[in-house]
Every structure is written in structure tokens, then in C-alpha cells.
Design a protein around this ligand. Structure first.
Ligand code: NZQ
Ligand code: ZN
Length: 387
């Protein structure tokens, strides 16, 4: 087992109607709130009105219109400006992972005098950030329990995962009923994203029985519950389990003591989303089985055997590579069964920019150091196989 240094300071408040505690929670941080949200889903589900009612005694400034794959310009820049102009004490992010990620970048930028891109691009380390409270409305990213945010900058085709321990939300409210209205497309994409977060930690050299069991259970839970949510969007138990399983996704708890994997699928997907603005979870689902095929080798096969036998119940007496291939096929079949378009062409990506994207990934994501190293030509092959 590898050494580790782990802390998640985020308070999770989980369950039906938990936002009744919102006023007492917000009061700990001050009276001036920047309320951030996306394109209107929180108004449709009545959450916007409820938040405003609960926070009548607070001074609220709003930043709306934060898009999926949140953009540096205008959202991060506008948010930072509002925080500085109004002397904001705390950010309240209400929505999906994009709203929360954008709010994290704003929280750091608000306490920095220079260009906030310096922080996101790791040119400068943030010294502090505004506190963040969130009400998450989509089960997917795990942003509510981690210190990362992913920000896109269109003019440079960058989509950067910005990680900083200053950016853990102080408090996350998780009420599964707010996810009842999440569309089938986003429910499936959220499931694929969270499954991939687990796989990115599972496929590594050095793991433990404990972590493997935790992650295999996480994958099974996501597969079972996503199907239940698609069949009955208001199945509270399924939405609740899915939400919590997603929440564990990116804060490292699934793989404490494991060796690094390099998060290759995320490295590659970020380029797809940066160049074509596609839905993150769909990009991951498309790439994942092709990546698995690409890295299957004598070095990696036993990990696939364990995954295939324990997650999909594949017959353990079969030959090792046969089990691995069945596991890869089962992964593909599951994503397809929940309605995800499983080719890049279906999400509007053709071969024209594959080499450019592969180069971008090779230069920026360090995947030559992944557990199963990927060079530029491997990345181009995975993209091509995904067409
Ligand atoms: O904008 P609104 O109107 O709110 O609509 C959103 C958006 O169109 C909608 N939605 C959210 N909650 C809803 C709802 N619709 C109906 N009912 C609800 N309750 O869903 C759409 C997608 O929202 P978005 O926030 O983009 O989805 P998600 O939570 O999957 O976030 C994706 C972003 O997170 C990043 C991704 O790269 C992507 O930019 N990630 C962040 C991570 C992190 N911070 O740890 C890790 C992940 O790997 C991921 O990269
Ligand atoms: Zn992800």
C-alpha cells in the first residue's frame, strides 16, 4: 500500500428537505452571497424560489447562465468581478457539476489580484478562496465532495481540471429529490461519468482488497441504480444511492493507498469536450471500451479479469484474455443499454481534428506516465477506434 495524506473537510448534508438548514449554514459565512446557477433548471424545479425564500434575510447577488463545460469567459470572469465589486462573503452554487466547478474557480479568483487563468493553469498557486456552499442537483461529477473544477477556455481549446485544496466546498446539500427531473440523457451521462471515475482509480498497479471491493460495489450500484432511475425517474431510493455513489467519485476515498493510474480517459475526454463541447459523461462512455482494448496486454490483463469476474459475473474458469475481452464488451453493452450514443460521429465528431486533439492531449495531460502509458499515436488510435 502506498503512503497517503488525505483530508476531505466538506460537510455533507444528505436527504429529503435538508435545505431547511440553509439559513443557519449560510449565516456561518456571512450575509453577502453570490448565488450561482445554470440555464434555468433550478427555476423549473422550484428550487430557485425556495432558496430565495429561505435566504430572505441575506443580501444576494446572482450569476446565472453558467453552461455545461463551464466557460472561463464569460462565467468565471463575470463571477470574479461580481465578488470583488460586492464584497461577497460566500458563494452558493445551485445546480450540476458545471455550476459548482465554475463557482470554485470564481472562489479562488475572487481572492487573487491577477488574471484568474493564472490559478486555473497552475501558473500561480491560490493562497485562499471564498467559502463555497452548494446544492447539487445532478448525480455525476462528485464535485460536491472534492477540490477540483474543470474549466473550458474556448479560444485555446483548453479544458483544464483545476485541483486545489482551497476549493473543497465547505458544505454540500444533497437532496436526491432534486435529481428527479434530470433527463434520461444526463442521468445516463452522469452514471457513465461516475463509473469512469471509479475505473480511473481501479485500473492501476497497486490496490487492496478493501479498495477493490469498494470500487466494484460502486460500479455495480451505479449500473443497477441508473437503470432504475431511467425506468422511474422519481425512484427515491435509486436516485439517493446513485447520488451518494457519485459523491465519492473524485475525492480519492475509493483508492486510498493505491498507486496512481493517470486518469487517462479523463485526459482524453477533456480534449473532446474542449474541441466539440460534448457532454462529458457521453465522451467518457465512448472512449472507455476503446481505451480498454488499446491497453489490454500481459501487464494489464489480470486487472481486467478481476473487473470482469467481480463486476459482471463472468465465468472465472475461462482463459484470462477471454475474460478480459468479455469484460470490455460488457462495459460497452452496459453504456449502450442506458441509451448513450456509443460513437464519436453520433455526438458530432469526425476524423478531421483527431490528430490535433491527440497532440493536444499528449502535450498537456502527461499520459505517457499513466499506469498503461499512452503516447500520441495511442491516443489517436483510441479516438479513431471511437469514431
Ligand atoms: O444549466 P441548467 O439549466 O441547470 O441545466 C443543466 C445542464 O443543462 C441540467 N440539469 C442540472 N440539474 C438538473 C438539470 N436538468 C433537470 N433537472 C435537474 N435537477 O443538466 C445539464 C448538465 O449539467 P452539468 O452541470 O453540465 O452536468 P454535470 O453535473 O455532469 O457536470 C459536468 C461538468 O463537470 C465536469 C465535466 O468535465 C463537465 O464540465 N467534471 C467535474 C469534476 C469535478 N469537479 O470533480 C469531475 C468530472 O470528471 C467532470 O470532469
Ligand atoms: Zn468525469
Amino acid at each position: 500500500m502506498q503512503n497517503f495524506d488525505y483530508m476531505t473537510p466538506t460537510r455533507l448534508i444528505f436527504g429529503r428537505n435538508v435545505i431547511e438548514k440553509l439559513p443557519e449554514v449560510m449565516a456561518q459565512f456571512g450575509r453577502k452571497i453570490l448565488l450561482t446557477y445554470g440555464g434555468g433548471s433550478i427555476r423549473k424545479i422550484g428550487l430557485y424560489d425556495r432558496v430565495k425564500e429561505l435566504l430572505l434575510d441575506f443580501d444576494i447577488i446572482e450569476l446565472s447562465g453558467i453552461q455545461p463545460n463551464p466557460k472561463y469567459d464569460p462565467s468565471v470572469l463575470d463571477g470574479v468581478k461580481l465578488c470583488k465589486e460586492h464584497g461577497i462573503d460566500v458563494i452558493l452554487a445551485v445546480g450540476g457539476g458545471s455550476v459548482l466547478d465554475c463557482s470554485k474557480a470564481i472562489a479562488a479568483g475572487a481572492k487573487y489580484d491577477g488574471d484568474p487563468w493564472d490559478l486555473i493553469s497552475y501558473k500561480v498557486k491560490a493562497q485562499e478562496a471564498l467559502p463555497i456552499v452548494d446544492i447539487i442537483t445532478l448525480a455525476a461529477t462528485g464535485s460536491e465532495y472534492d477540490c477540483g473544477g474543470v474549466i473550458s477556455r474556448i479560444e485555446t481549446n483548453d479544458k483544464i481540471g483545476y485541483v486545489d485544496t482551497n476549493l473543497f466546498p465547505a458544505v454540500s446539500f444533497l437532496d436526491p429529490t432534486y435529481t428527479f427531473t434530470v433527463s434520461k440523457k444526463q442521468t445516463a451521462a452522469g452514471c457513465a461519468d461516475a463509473m469512469n471515475h471509479i475505473m480511473e482509480q481501479y485500473f492501476c498497479e497497486d490496490s487492496t482488497l478493501l479498495n477493490d471491493g469498494f470500487m466494484e460495489a460502486g460500479l455495480k450500484s451505479l449500473m443497477v441504480n441508473a437503470k432504475k432511475c431511467l425506468d422511474d425517474p422519481e425512484d427515491y431510493t435509486a436516485r439517493a444511492e446513485m447520488m451518494l455513489t457519485c459523491t465519492y467519485g473524485c475525492n480519492g476515498i475509493y483508492a486510498l493507498g493505491n498507486s496512481m493510474s493517470g486518469w487517462p480517459c479523463h485526459g482524453m475526454e477533456h480534449a473532446l469536450s474542449a474541441y466539440y463541447d460534448i457532454t462529458h459523461g457521453e465522451g467518457l462512455a465512448i472512449i472507455t471500451p476503446r481505451w480498454m482494448k488499446n491497453i489490454l496486454s500481459e501487464k494489464t490483463v489480470d486487472r481486467f479479469v478481476k473487473y470482469g469476474v467481480n463486476v459482471f459475473g463472468i465465468d472465472s474458469s475461462l482463459e484470462r484474455f477471454a475474460i478480459a475481452e468479455k469484460a470490455i464488451q460488457a462495459t460497452y453493452d452496459f453504456f449502450k443499454s442506458i441509451g448513450i450514443p456509443m460513437t464519436l460521429r453520433e455526438v458530432g465528431i469526425d476524423e478531421s481534428r483527431i490528430n490535433e486533439m491527440a497532440h493536444h492531449v499528449a502535450v498537456n495531460e502527461g499520459l505517457e506516465n499513466a499506469w498503461a502509458p499512452l503516447l500520441e499515436k495511442d491516443i489517436a488510435e483510441i479516438f479513431t477506434a471511437s469514431l
